[in-house]
Design a protein around this ligand. Structure first.
Ligand code: GDP
Ligand code: IMO
Ligand code: MG
Length: 447
């Protein structure tokens, strides 16, 4: 058995979908272990050429789905909107991708229409966090408060009735607080039953499948959503998602013993992006000296949200946040993406410290409020000053490079610096392993 977790090392959108799609060619199982359809994992390969725009954005279906022999499971740690799954199943089938290899854990939570509505209402209050409004937070809140509905419940009418009554009762009280009308039980109940029927045998007890795969020496990939900087415990709380995108949770969400995870592949983008509110020290906003470089990263990197279409906030690589992330995730291997986006730059910066208002420089990643000396800042932007080191650019096209030796020396040096930044405390010592030089499945190589 070989189990590899593939996780986002930054604020999400590092290119996890692309890496999982590639690695899944040699894996027998891919399990999405947390999150919901807040994810937007972009896949570009031969099969997606049939789709609109030549790509498919997966939200909850695992990114291994393009390999018919790879079992793809939406794990117990996920929150699932059945409507979204059913729609995406149709889209995949319409371009000839088989979904016979797709399964959903009966223990995964359901995102109900009430969750989506509540997420939207909370975002409208002016105290919103910039969520994707997919109902992820309210669904996880119901799970923790033990009034959630699980996918398996959709196929148990009497039990569903009991559970849904409790869940809707709570949601309707919340709607009343927002001055909104209650939702009617019967319509929601019928909707849930219909989902149960439509998903039918796809809703399974995943554990026997996982145990079988693990004991027959198969390659298993655990696909994370988002990145550690939006982790509910260690991210920029409260500007976080409502689950843990870290390998510690991967074992829980996928139904594997913790010590089964052998490798943790960190997907690291060569610069930083974030969507939604919260402090992001290296952001190149309109008042930053390198604002133009930020615009270049955004335009060349096509940094627009895969799910919401929002323009992503862009900035230089944050080495302080990366070291923090590496420690918390226990990275063993690095998959560095979007090297090609830096091809045209003459200089590239890496942040190695934050200057506090009193002039002192820190190199450890602090808690949210310490990043926000100006708590009242309307965009919740950090006013700490990033301390940068500057690296020379290579100013040549890397998109066709398929071997380390063929990379320009300046690109090699930049990548080695990223590797060094992720090696922490003599305990976590990841190695550069995959380098991605374009969005297509084939545009990467292993070292
Ligand atoms: P995810 O959420 O981590 O799967 O990442 P997203 O799909 O949201 O965002 C990554 C974006 O970068 C997508 O548009 C990918 O097609 C694209 N991408 C991934 N790897 C590379 C790369 O190496 N170079 C370039 N130029 N684009 C890439
Ligand atoms: P992938 O998997 C980038 C952000 C939202 C918001 C915060 C909470 O494609 O990397 P939520 O809807 O989860 O309650 O929103 O997290 N966010 C993402 N940002 N990529 C994602 O997913 C994201 N999923 C959530 O913008 O700041
Ligand atoms: Mg994404």
């Amino acid at each position: 058995m070989s189990v590899t977790a593939v996780v986002g090392a930054q604020w999400g959108d590092e290119g996890k979908g692309k890496i999982v799609d590639n690695l899944a060619e040699h894996s027998q199982m891919v399990i999405r272990f947390q999150g919901g359809d807040n994810a937007g994992h972009t896949i570009i390969n031969q099969q997606t050429q049939q789709a609109e725009g030549g790509k498919i954005v997966l939200n909850i279906i695992p990114s291994g789905i393009f390999n018919a022999d790879t079992a793809c499971i939406v794990g117990t740690g996920c929150v699932v909107n059945p409507e979204v799954v059913l729609n995406k199943m149709q889209v995949l089938e319409s371009i000839g991708v088989s979904i016979d290899n797709l399964w959903l854990s009966e223990r995964a939570q359901v995102i109900l229409p009430t969750h989506r509505l509540l997420d939207g209402l909370k975002e409208k209050t002016g105290r919103g966090l910039g969520t994707t409004k997919r109902g992820v937070g309210p669904s996880y809140a119901d799970k923790m408060a033990r009034r959630g509905i699980r996918l398996g419940d959709l196929k148990r009418p009497e039990w569903l009735k009991l559970r849904l009554t409790q869940s809707l009762d709570y949601a309707n009280k919340e709607f009343a607080r927002f001055g909104e009308e209650s939702l009617e039980f019967e319509a929601l109940y019928q909707q849930c039953l219909a989902w149960g029927e439509q998903l039918g045998d796809k809703i399974v007890d995943m554990l026997p499948m996982v145990q079988e795969a693990a004991s027959s020496a198969q390659e298993i990939l655990l696909e994370g959503q988002l990145g550690v900087m939006r982790d509910v415990d260690w991210g920029i709380y409260p500007y976080v998602t409502s689950s843990n995108p870290t390998p510690g949770y991967a074992a829980v969400g996928a139904g594997l013993p913790l010590n089964a995870i052998e490798r943790v592949v960190a997907v690291v983008k060569t610069y930083s992006t974030a969507v939604g509110s919260g402090p992001f020290v290296t952001e190149l906003h309109e008042n930053s000296a390198d604002f133009e470089a930020g615009e270049t990263l955004c335009n060349v990197g096509k940094e627009f949200g895969a799910t919401t279409g929002r323009k992503r906030r862009c900035g230089w690589l944050d080495g302080v946040a990366l070291a923090y992330s590496s420690w918390l995730n226990g990275f063993t291997d690095l998959a560095v993406t979007k090297l090609d986006v830096l091809d045209g730059l003459s200089e590239i910066k890496i942040c190695t410290g934050y200057r506090l208002p009193d002039g002192k420089v820190i190199t450890r990643y602090p808690d949210t409020l310490d990043l926000l000396p100006d708590m009242q800042h309307p965009d919740k932007r950090s006013t700490l000053e990033p301390v940068y080191e500057t690296w020379p650019g290579w100013q040549s096209d890397t998109t066709r490079v398929r071997a380390w030796e063929d990379l320009p020396a300046a690109a090699q040096a930049y990548l080695r610096r990223i590797e060094a930044l992720t090696q922490v405390g003599g305990v976590v010592n990841p190695r550069l392993r995959y380098i991605s030089v374009g969005p297509d499945r084939e545009q990467m190589f292993e070292m």
